[in-house]
Write a protein that binds this ligand. Structure first.
Ligand code: HEC
Length: 172
């Protein structure tokens, strides 16, 4: 008697579960198929970089406040913010100054004029290759700038981000 009473409330609920479970699984399957169909029809939508820029921008950075429409094609605000972090985390600031305004071993990077060209692609090339002593134009600077920021070397993406940050300094 006791055993039967204990089982009674469980059995109907098991039956409810199994009778509801099948339609529920069918609904999930339909939803999944619908989702796949939707995905294939919207693959041309380009991903938005806006989410990444906020999380990778260091505190006090003004990069996120700059208008994106002044950046070269293919450069995003997220890249500028990442480049800002890399510039200050790596050796760049030691030679070019913490605000890139120039220091004993490196020229200003704030423009408006540049010694080795001032386009975004120039910055990418210079950061990639570095600046050997023979190529230094202002002979008050005597220490070579190493390619890819020295060791560990910056990846291609990191080089493009640092170049984006440098570009943003003279294109506010
Ligand atoms: C050892 C010092 C040193 C370090 C570290 C250094 N640079 Fe340089 N950088 C120089 C010198 C020297 C020049 C060439 C200046 C000249 O020709 O008179 C230069 C040139 C440049 C230029 C071209 C400037 C122009 O007027 O055309 C850019 C851009 C640049 N550096 C960015 C960077 C970035 C970004 C980093 C970090 C990844 C970095 N530098 C690290 C010393 C340094």
């Amino acid at each position: 008697m006791h055993a039967a009473r204990l089982h009674n409330p469980i059995l109907p609920s098991l039956m409810n579960y199994s009778s509801l479970a099948r339609p529920a699984i069918a609904l999930i399957a339909v939803a999944a198929i619908a989702a796949c169909t939707k995905t294939t029809s919207t693959t041309t939508t380009s991903p938005s970089p806006s989410g990444a820029s906020a999380s990778s921008a260091p505190a006090g950075s003004s990069a996120a406040a700059r208008p994106a429409n002044r950046l070269p094609a293919g450069v995003t605000m997220a890249m500028v913010a990442e480049g800002d972090s890399l510039f200050h985390a790596r050796t760049c600031k030691n030679c070019h100054g913490p605000d890139a305004a120039g220091a004993k071993n490196g020229p200003p990077l704030t423009g408006p004029s540049f010694l080795h060209g001032g386009t975004y692609e120039d910055f990418v090339r210079i950061v990639t290759n570095g600046m050997p002593v023979d190529s230094i134009k202002d002979k008050s600077h005597t220490i070579a700038m190493r390619g890819r920021g020295g060791n560990p070397p910056l990846t291609d993406d990191q080089v493009r981000s640092v170049a984006a940050y440098v570009y943003s300094l003279s294109h506010k």
